[in-house]
Design a protein around this ligand. Sequence first.
Ligand code: ADP
Ligand code: MG
Length: 247
Amino acid sequence: MVLLEARNVGYKYPRSDDQSISQVSLALNSNSLNVIIGPSGIGKSTLLNLIAGYAMPQAGELLMNGARITQASWQRGIVFQDMALYPWLNVSQNITFGPRMRKLPATQIEQRLTSLLTQTGLLDFKNKYVYELSGGLRQRVALAREFINQPAILMLDESFSALDNHIRKEMHQILLDLWTSSGNCVIVITHDIDEALFLGQKIIVMNGDPGTIKQTVVNPYFKSNFDDMTSNMAYFDFRRALLALIE
Ligand code: ADP
Ligand code: MG
């Protein structure tokens, strides 16, 4: 079922002469894991901000469940790379901040927290403060803090790009687990082809001037690791073709 639809969306920043994105159309289903990949400056973050409802497109329209997106909502969360966790709150308090603000019942918050702490491997850290955590652990808190809201759409804007390779792979697995149990629509932005191939059921390539969607491909190698594919020629052909679209 189509959850999010973009129809010929265009956007230009108020004090800019150039269009940042143009004629962007896509349709994403609920319970889907999507990757948007493209070179730096092509408008990926701009598109996410429009989907989040932080800004409104000047052309076209963005619809969620058929209704036009007109404002920000907890139903559409973004995890940023430089996530701003609250330094004066511990891990549990950071994660539960959103549902507490929305005044969800305490027992429900506690249930969601416990399962998220387990899934993200943060149980032993639940009473620690953010400054006591490594970058990888902070990123887990940032993920849990968004997933606890159970948003319809959860977006990650290059969230893992500053992490070491092996920690990034851990995060990929955690994200996959969280998505599998939540069943929401996740949109991952990356410029890393191997991240896209591992995480994307659907890979959406942005490119052009102004930025637009060049191609959407269903990824036959979803959940396949680069390191495990060293002898698979078809994988490398697919990867090369994808790279050609991006570069
Ligand atoms: P990406 O996330 O793909 O790297 P962005 O969405 O950040 O790209 O940027 C797309 C284009 O919009 C770029 O040309 C960038 O310079 C421009 N842009 C981004 N943010 C602003 C802003 N606040 N004001 C003016 N132009 C901006
Ligand atoms: Mg960006």
